[in-house]
Ligand binder design. Sequence first.
Ligand SMILES: C[S@@+](CC[C@H](N)C(=O)[O-])C[C@H]1O[C@@H](n2cnc3c(N)ncnc32)[C@H](O)[C@@H]1O
Length: 397
Amino acid sequence: MTERTSEDDILLAKRIISAAERHDVSVLQILLKNGSANVQDPTVSVASSPLHAAISACGKAEKGNEAGEDAVKTLELLLENGAIWNDLNKEDETPGCIALRLRQTKLYDIMVQAGIRAELLFARMEELGLSDDSDDDEEEDELVGERPSAKKQKLSGEDVREIQEAVEDKVLDDVSLDNRAYLKSQLRYKPGILLDESDNAVMMDWETQIMQRHAETLIPKAGLKVMNVGHGMGIVDTAIQTHDPAEHHIIEAHPQVHARLREQGWYDKPNVIIHEGRWQDVLPKLVDEGVLLDAIYYDTFAEDYKALKEFFAEYVVQLLAPEGRFGWYNGLGADRQICYDVYTKVAEIDLQEAGFETSWEDIEVPKSLHGSKEWEGTRRPYWTIDVYRLPVNTFSK
Ligand SMILES: C[S@@+](CC[C@H](N)C(=O)[O-])C[C@H]1O[C@@H](n2cnc3c(N)ncnc32)[C@H](O)[C@@H]1O
């Protein structure tokens, strides 16, 4: 038997991509017996995977130009054969980004569904210790995930490379990639913005309307017991105070934020109880004490989706009163619409499994935010999409 050369591989890659582009399902089926659904053609620059090629070939969905059954079947075949839903091409677009740009709704929905399935499966494999990422080294574990973190964090191809290098030489250029590194880093409070040591915006004041609405949806009347995790700029805590809670617990882990809380008199407010430390350390004690709360809000930083899931599945279920409400800052993947859509749904499914039902309220973010001066001096805009989907969770009846 003759060995396959790299020229053979390039030829096979070209044939797979071309079949995907032509939506030629029967040829693709044969080619995928020998080649991968994730091949890249190193000789072209635009569509770098078969999924990208199959979607790009559909063009803009205008009247009569909607993707047909052959395109749908091509996507399905590629995905069944392990095509990666969030692979990036050289223009930093996932296949779903292209479908969205071309307004190919049917194809976009297929990519969202594929993303949800893949992320749920990946998380399950990690729980069972079957994924490459499942590692006893907690620090490394937090670093290598390719999914966006729960707050203002996405991992682009460049980020993933940066993380891999950081893991290798243990130097972290971006502290937001690791919660403990972030908590040791220097913060800067500036007018309207809180920055970390790596110039990531931890919190910005354009989110005030969102924070106020979270407080309103979680606290329907005065005299309730409320908890907020993550003080930041104190916007949501200020909003919570306007609803006259009987108890207002604040969990915060960063020493500079504690100093700020002190300066601003939060320790002296009669109904406020501040718990200094990471929620991971504080909450088990509150559970042991039998604390029961009417409303819980979660908005931390430099934590990934896994942390959010642990938060609600382990702790909210124990700390929330039967008629209580839980909300969290839904910022996961908010610099890429498809990531946002996938993670919003993944969270809803996991919440359902943990015994919650979720209702959503859509809030338009200020149009002026996109490409604006607001991001000057920050490492990257963490919000580029148009609508914030605000979740309110109650126990399922
Ligand atoms: C985005 S800010 C919160 C903004 C806040 N919602 C507001 O309205 O200003 C995130 C906060 O969570 C804190 N934090 C990060 N990780 C934490 C952890 N594991 N436990 C407790 N607090 C944490 C950060 O120090 C920061 O103050």
